[in-house]
Each structure stands twice: as structure tokens, then as C-alpha cells.
Design a protein around this ligand. Structure first.
Ligand code: ZN
Length: 180
């Protein structure tokens, strides 16, 4: 099982394939960056979308997406694209990683982030389709932040608490989903 990030508007673009474990780390580091940098409503919704990809919550093998379906809007596309590129660059610079509850395997993660960056950077603006259904969630973060990891919480907890080692002390994972 694994997950695939596609770019259907870019003919010939290679799919980005990740194991479930790597997918979790991918969303962890982007959630960390988004929670730090998001300011506009669109950016905050992107942050919420990222933290909601908590693999523990979504189940296995269902986290794929297409880069053309990130809720882009035509009038603000370049600013939105630049924001997402900024998040990827922050992750590649290990920004905020002192708050991660584990050490990412950079030899796996960085090639994936670099490929994702290429797909986002290459997305053809003129072909962007603005679909009503393309964006989930509709709302910006409304559950506050994890006091340990500083990422936005989703309805069932903290994406980073949920990816912490199972033997982490409870005080270090205050928002681990109760189902675990
Ligand atoms: Zn947390």
C-alpha cells in the first residue's frame, strides 16, 4: 500500500509515490511549516487540509491527491503557489524540526519534497480548473494549536502527537487521538 501524488494537468509528469510511513512524515513537516506561516484565509485552509491528513485518522492508503486540486483560485493562484513553495522550502530547510517528535529520514523525505516542489512549480496556471468540490475542508483551523508542537489541531487531535513514538510520555503528546 502507498500513496500517490499526481499532476494530471502536466502531461508526462511522473507520479510521486510514497509509502504510508513516508506520507505521514510528508504531511507532518508541511503541517509544521503551514501552521507557522499561514496568514490569509486560503493559507489557513491549506494548513487545515494538511493537518487533517493525519494518517492515523484517514486510514491507510487513501491520502493521494492531485496537485491541480488544492482549491486554487484563478485570481490568487500565483500567491497561493508561492505560499505552498515557501512551505516546501521551509521543510527542506528543516525549519521548526526541533519540535518534531522524531527525526525524519532525509534520504527518503527530501527527494519526495523536491519532486513535489517541481510538480507545484510546473502547474500550468492557464489550465487550473476551479471546482467547487476540489477543496476539503472548507474552514480554517478552529481547534487551536498543540501547545507542544505548535501545529493546528484537527477535530481528533494533533498530527504530530499522533506520529510520536508510542512510548512518548503523555505530557509530550497531549493531543494524541484517544482511539490509539
Ligand atoms: Zn502535538
Amino acid at each position: 500500500m502507498g500513496n500517490v501524488v499526481t499532476s494530471r494537468l502536466e502531461p508526462g509528469a511522473p507520479d510521486l509515490r510514497m509509502s504510508n510511513g513516508l506520507t505521514a512524515v510528508f504531511f507532518d513537516v508541511l503541517s509544521l511549516a503551514a501552521s507557522r506561516h499561514a496568514r490569509t484565509p486560503w493559507e489557513l485552509r491549506l494548513a487545515q487540509w494538511l493537518v487533517e491528513h493525519d494518517a492515523e485518522r484517514s486510514g491507510l492508503g487513501v491520502v493521494g491527491f492531485d496537485v491541480s486540486e488544492l482549491g486554487w483560485t484563478l485570481e490568487s493562484f500565483e500567491a497561493q503557489r508561492n505560499f505552498l513553495l515557501q512551505l516546501i522550502d521551509a521543510a527542506l530547510a528543516r525549519e521548526g524540526w526541533e519540535r518534531l517528535p522524531f527525526q525524519p529520514l532525509e534520504s527518503s523525505l527530501f527527494p519526495v519534497l523536491t519532486q513535489f516542489r517541481e510538480r507545484v512549480a510546473s502547474l500550468p496556471r492557464q489550465d487550473i480548473c476551479v471546482e467547487e468540490s476540489a477543496w476539503i475542508p472548507e474552514d480554517p483551523p478552529a481547534c487551536g494549536r498543540c501547545e507542544v508542537h505548535q501545529v493546528y489541531l484537527h477535530a481528533l487531535g494533533c498530527i504530530l502527537c499522533n506520529d510520536a513514538p508510542l512510548d512518548a510520555p503523555p505530557a509530550e503528546v497531549p493531543h494524541r487521538s484517544s482511539s490509539r
